[in-house]
Ligand binder design. Structure first.
Ligand code: SF4
Length: 332
């Protein structure tokens, strides 16, 4: 074991913030090595200190041929998976949200494509809010927005948002990193909590970009961060690069965990997997409805995992799961 790697892990375990160079050193370690397993162990220790694991449930409410053309997304017009603009029936959306809540989801996310009509999304959210238990936490996963739209999200009953400056943002997407950051600032200004992630990771991403996006995530001061891999969308021009393995993602999410510092409770990974939880991922998502990593309309019958399956994965990783509303989103 290289002394330097152990020293960097000890620094993170002691609660100190790692420098960009130290984060780079950790990312550079071979995934299958004594050093990597030490990093993964240290990550798991920090995550366990933060409390129990959580499972959040997400319902994708609409599909479209989205003009933002994020190459990793099945909704991107350029990928041709979804050609029409369609919003799911309100009854179906409510039914999926209630099912996730009743199965034990610690928070319910509503996700919409970037070009969904914003007032329509707010109306759906308002109806869902009325049906959820008052203590259930609702999170928005939506397009970029300004201060006033952030206020509207808060008024509709959202506690927070999921938003990320994705790997390749502005290059494999038509959205600038600055726009994504402005949205996060608007959300924080109106009192919406922010969850983020280093995603979608592919085998082609450089150490420099992983470090850059990890530091951006840390500077957001999110309630959770983590790392998730890109799922290949058939026909996407990113398909040629293949997908990062679960073994590599266990290492990467562990480094992100160490880099975040003690102020960040959650460390997500997606899609849910046992190596990730063993390495310190303490947040998974169950999914229903439309899904940017899937090409069918109801992801719950295809790629999407339900709450029970996520609970089973945490059980295999010896990771107890929180019952009740999210603690990550409850913290100030
Ligand atoms: S990730 Fe969002 S903005 Fe990008 S193509 Fe998909 S729906 Fe549109």
């Amino acid at each position: 074991m290289k002394t330097q790697i152990k020293q960097i892990c000890n620094k993170a375990l002691g609660g100190a913030l790692l420098s960009a160079n130290e984060i780079r050193e950790l990312f550079a370690v071979s995934f299958i090595s004594e050093e990597s397993y030490h990093i993964q162990w240290a990550s798991r220790c920090i995550s366990e200190k933060a409390g129990l694991a959580e499972i959040h449930g997400q319902v994708g409410v609409n599909t479209s041929a989205c003009p933002c053309n994020c190459r990793f997304c099945s909704f991107a017009a350029v990928n041709g998976s979804f050609k029409e603009n369609r919003v799911s029936d309100l009854e179906y959306i409510i039914e999926q949200c209630l099912q996730l809540q009743d199965q034990g989801a610690n928070a319910i996310y509503l996700m919409a494509t970037a070009n969904m009509n914003f007032p329509d999304f707010l109306n759906i959210a308002g109806e869902v809010r009325l049906k959820l238990k008052p203590e259930s936490i609702m999170i928005a996963n939506v397009r970029d927005f300004d201060y006033y739209e952030g206020l509207a999200l808060k008024d509709a009953g959202f506690t927070g948002i999921y938003h990320a400056i994705r790997l390749g943002e502005g290059k494999v997407t038509r959205i600038s990193p600055g726009k994504r950051l402005e949205t996060i600032q608007a959300a924080k200004k109106v009192g919406l909590k922010v969850g983020t992630c280093v995603e979608p990771v592919g085998p082609e991403h450089s150490l420099d970009e992983l470090v850059e996006k990890t530091i951006i995530a840390r500077e957001i001061e999110p309630v959770f961060s983590g790392a998730a891999r890109r799922i290949s969308i058939p026909g996407s021009n990113l398909e040629q690069y293949g997908m990062a393995s679960e073994a590599s993602m266990a290492h990467i999410l562990a480094v992100v965990r160490l880099a975040m510092g003690p102020g960040v409770s959650g460390n997500c990974t997606h899609e849910p997997n046992t190596p990730g939880a063993i390495a310190g991922a303490n947040l998974f998502w169950a999914e229903a409805g439309f899904n940017p990593r899937d090409t069918v309309e109801k992801t719950e019958v295809n790629r999407g995992f339900d709450i029970k399956k996520c609970q089973g994965i945490f059980k295999e990783a010896e990771y107890p799961v929180l019952q009740g509303p999210s603690v990550f989103f409850a913290r100030d």
